[in-house]
Design a protein around this ligand. Structure first.
Ligand SMILES: NC(=O)c1ccc[n+]([C@@H]2O[C@H](COP(=O)([O-])OP(=O)(O)OC[C@H]3O[C@@H](n4cnc5c(N)ncnc54)[C@H](OP(=O)(O)O)[C@@H]3O)[C@@H](O)[C@H]2O)c1
Length: 242
């Protein structure tokens, strides 16, 4: 348990200045982790970290744009210089670029650059983060990686609409399985999860779940014991078919 171990484990959460990421960051800090909030805008990160630190939690921030390989390298080096380890990585940063009427968006009108932009954040971002963080996790033979995905990318449920988001979250799910299999013997557990439809800027105000409800499964996966699952897809702490 992080709260009782001598050195608290360190968690890095991407896209954590607001929405689900901020909720996950707060939740991890409350169960005893040292948390670093990654944000594109450093001012947003400072403000978010200060809000949580005012509750007595161990939270700081780092500038991190997951689209930018140099930003990823600099941010991870900065966190490792502050804390010596990154034990938990939550790949939360994500974009939904299919427009205001996303459910009706057609593949026939999907500009390739929109799909590339979605891949850059939703799929390549987590890949870059893993490539940068996993070597240190491997050396310590401990790691928990949570890829925040969506049922919108669940192959079994795929249907029309939201094309750039669906395709790039399906790819994230695939990446999750491939990476989990590769690092299984290093005690690095890599799982994908769907928070459900939650009330954030992306989910909108009509969503039935709070961000805290959505964060619960991510926090559970970030704190898995050594005999916990890897290479799975979860929602509400329950395994989903791919
Ligand atoms: N909301 C839902 O109902 C729902 C359902 C299923 C899955 N999800 C997933 O949950 C995750 C969080 O979504 P949310 O609902 O909290 O959405 P949100 O309110 O739109 O927040 C998205 C977060 O991602 C950050 N971000 C975007 N591009 C980034 C980049 N290149 N580098 C770093 N950060 C970046 C944003 O930062 P800025 O503040 O700088 O823009 C923001 O903090 C996403 O992966 C999303 O796909 C959400």
């Amino acid at each position: 348990m992080p709260a009782s171990s001598e050195t608290p484990r360190v968690a890095l959460v991407t896209g954590a200045g607001r929405g689900l990421g901020l909720e996950i960051a707060g939740g991890l800090a409350r169960v005893g982790f040292v948390v670093v909030i990654g944000t594109r805008d450093p001012a947003k990160g400072h403000a978010a970290a200060a809000g949580l630190a005012s509750e007595g939690l161990q939270v700081s921030s780092v500038a991190l744009d997951v689209d930018d390989p140099r930003s990823v390298a600099t941010a991870v080096a900065e966190v490792l210089s502050r804390h010596a380890s990154i034990d938990i990585l939550v790949n939360n940063a994500g974009v939904l670029l299919d427009g205001p009427d996303a459910q009706a968006a057609s593949v026939l009108d999907l500009p390739p650059e929109r799909l590339w932009a979605s891949f850059r954040t939703n799929t390549m971002g987590p890949l870059l983060m893993m490539q940068t963080v996993v070597p240190a996790m491997r050396r310590r033979r401990y790691g928990r990686i949570v890829n925040v995905s969506s049922r919108a990318g669940q192959l079994e449920e795929l249907r029309a609409g939201v094309p750039s988001y669906r395709v790039t979250k399906t790819a994230l799910n695939s990446l999750t399985r491939v990476a989990a299999a590769e690092f299984q013997s290093d005690n690095i557990k890599i799982n994908a999860m769907c928070p459900g439809w939650i009330r954030t800027a992306m989910g909108g105000s009509n969503a039935p779940l709070s961000a805290a409800e959505g964060a619960d499964t991510a926090i559970w996966l970030a704190t898995l014991p050594d005999d916990g699952p890897t290479g799975g897809f979860f929602r509400a702490r329950t395994r989903l078919p791919w």
